[in-house]
Each structure stands twice: as C-alpha cells, then as structure tokens.
Design a protein. Sequence first.
Length: 199
Amino acid sequence: MGLAVLATAATTAVLAPTATAAPRATQAAEPAFLAPNELPPHASSAWYASPVTAGTPDPLPFCVGPALPGATSVHRDFWTEYDTGAVQVTVVERDETRAKSLAALWNKTIRACADKVEQEDPDMTAEFRDFGSINVEEGANVYGIHTAHAWGSSDINMFSVGRDGRTVTVVKWGQMGNFQHAQVPDFKKTTTTAVNKLY
C-alpha cells in the first residue's frame, strides 16, 4: 500500500504542472510595441523608451490626445537627448467593427487638427499634409502637421494610424522644425513596423 500511495503521489506531481500550464498556453498574446531603435533615427542621439503602461499618456499627445479612450489605451513614450519625442498608443477593441470606428475617429481628429489649432489660438499657424496610406495588415495612414507661433517657435509632428483586426495603434513623432525635418520615409518605415507588431 505504501508503494502504491507513493506511486500515485509521484504521478500527480508530474501531471499537475501540465494541467495548470494549458490555459496559459492558449491565452492571446498582447500586441507588441515599437522598440527605441525602430523610431526614425536621430542624427545626434539614441532613442529611449518608457515601459509599456496602461492608460493614456500624461500629458495627452498633441492633436490625437482627446480622442484616446482612457480605459482601454496602452501606451509607450519615447525620447532622445535633444528635442525629439514620440509616443505610441494601442487599443484592443472588442471586435473589428469597433476597431474600424476608432481608427476612423483618430484619422478624422488628426485631419481636423490644424484648423482647430488656428481657431483656438490666433497667434498660431498650422499646416496639414496627408502623406498617404501604407499597405500593411488592414492599412495605415500617415500625416504631418507643422505649427508655428507668432513669437517664433516652429514644430513638426508626424502621425500614423494603423489597424490589424480589432487592434488599432497611433504613433506620434515630433520635434522642432518644419516639413523639411519630417523624415517621412523613416516614419513610414516605423509605422509599418508598428502595425506588423499588432496581432
């Protein structure tokens, strides 16, 4: 009897980890975020990144911030040693219909941003440019907005919105400068990488 009990206990000990591991193996993977070296290269600095964090960035990113859903957003901030920064925000919706609606809202918000900036601050001028779409997963769109203040500041921001199934991501990159400093090909490459990392 003693040997039988020991044999049963040993069998249970071997089988138990397998039984508890099975549910973890079937869980869906979380969407991956950009790595610092996947941002448009900076001439004088490496890129650095925060951990991936639940919620919306603080402060909210220029233009797209008010359209981000706080309860379901996950984000990552990026920065260099100089005047360049970026942020990626990703949302996993309940289904593709909601994801399409969210992507459409983000695209609409970015397209309307330049006019909104000028309406809210008469001392600001803003120019919007549509840099077209990228054929990656369910698609991505790339935009640029240049803002200038009457007292001399000048900033360029690039945006992209992409979707893969029920997952939507927006990437914002910005620095001092104008459209000559926009790094459009590099930003499109970054966007392609970001969307390919979604599940």
